[in-house]
Design a protein. Structure first.
Length: 132
């Protein structure tokens, strides 16, 4: 029996630079060209100065654990073989939060230093975090 495919991100202009970089294994963040504020997930307008001007720049990929949850329920058949897994919310050094899968061997704790990377393979790149 074939394993169901995981959902793919929508191919839209706003987030295309993020996903193109992710496919190369690079984490980029959207930054306001007017005031310099980072924003993640990509958005049309800056919530600080309301400018639409933006660019995507390489991120440090470093942060600290803000929170996490362990997923036991299968919400999409493409993830059925992977439960349970931990989803971690990370405060990145750039001042934004990102959500991804936990790939670390040590127990999670708030404030734990982590590094981000993308797991590449078939389908969409998956943002992962590991101790770092």
């Amino acid at each position: 029996m074939d394993t169901p495919h995981k959902p793919e991100p929508a191919d839209v202009d706003l987030s295309r630079p993020y996903w193109e970089a992710a496919r190369r294994g690079q984490l980029v963040l959207q930054r306001c060209s007017a005031c310099g504020k980072f924003r993640h997930y990509p958005r049309l307008l800056c919530d600080a100065c309301y400018s639409a001007a933006h660019e995507f720049v390489p991120a440090s990929a470093l942060g600290q654990v803000h929170s996490w949850t362990v997923t036991h329920h299968v919400f999409h058949a493409g993830f059925a073989a992977e439960v349970p897994y931990a989803l971690v919310t990370v405060d990145l050094q750039e001042g934004v939060r990102a959500l991804g899968r936990w790939d670390g061997g040590e127990p999670l704790r708030i404030g734990l230093p982590v590094r981000a990377y993308f797991r590449l393979g078939p389908g969409a790149p998956e943002l992962r975090f590991a101790p770092g």
